[in-house]
Design a protein. Structure first.
Length: 222
């Protein structure tokens, strides 16, 4: 009887060949496919913005975005944690995995904006005029604390004033520093004669905060 010798060929496949696509990869794969449409989102604004929101929600429900105006042929696609500290790692991971784009610069967290001191914000039926908002700041044990004073502040609508204030704060010093470098933030009604009791115009916050950062480089609140 003849012996039948069976030769088993084992093919070694590269590790990770069938690895599951990460949520970051899924989002950026979609973004690459739709880059031109997103760049020209004004042509079908509601549909495009809703699509982006849906895709981001699939990555993480609390991650939000903003798209800048066109400058030098590119837009900024800003990925934000909307001020939620626990969401910061998700923003950082998504931006870290972003590929290079011809039409977009990918930015982590809402950045400072130029000329924020001249800004007026309409939010939830309220006007937030930087020129009418004042602040009190202090540095205690190396930590930066802040009180924001509004001329129209009322306790019953404090959530509106708080949310609007955070938008102004992001514009002044950037979302990352607002969340990670300020220990305490409060919101109150603007008293009469604010200058006499040591308050400063909101327009001076950036300068005050930057001086604090320079003097406390070794301090980490992350």
């Amino acid at each position: 009887m003849k012996k039948i010798i069976l030769t088993i060929l084992i093919v070694m496949l590269p590790m990770g060949l069938f690895a599951k696509e990460s949520k970051e990869q899924t989002f950026w794969k979609w973004f690459i496919k739709n880059e031109s449409t997103i760049f020209e989102f004004e042509k079908n604004q509601d549909k495009v913005l809703d699509s982006i929101s849906s895709q981001l929600s699939g990555y993480h429900e609390d991650v939000v975005f903003e798209i800048s105006h066109i400058k030098d042929g590119k837009r900024e696609f800003i990925i934000s944690a909307d001020g939620i500290s626990d969401v910061f790692p998700h923003v950082e991971s998504l931006v870290k995995h972003a590929p290079e784009f011809n039409q977009f610069s990918i930015i982590a967290f809402r950045p400072r904006i130029e000329n924020y001191a001249d800004f007026k914000l309409e939010y939830a039926g309220k006007e937030f005029d930087v020129s009418k908002v004042w602040i009190y700041s202090r540095v205690e044990d190396g930590y930066f604390d802040l009180i924001v004073y509004h001329p129209d502040f009322i306790e019953q609508e404090s959530n509106i004033f708080i949310s609007g204030s955070y938008i102004l704060l992001d514009m002044a010093i950037g979302e990352y520093d607002v969340v990670k470098k300020i220990r305490y933030i409060d919101h109150q009604k603007l008293p009469d004669n604010p200058e006499k009791i040591g308050l400063k115009p909101f327009a001076e916050l950036q300068k005050i905060f930057d001086e604090y950062k320079m003097a406390n480089k070794s301090l980490k609140l992350d």
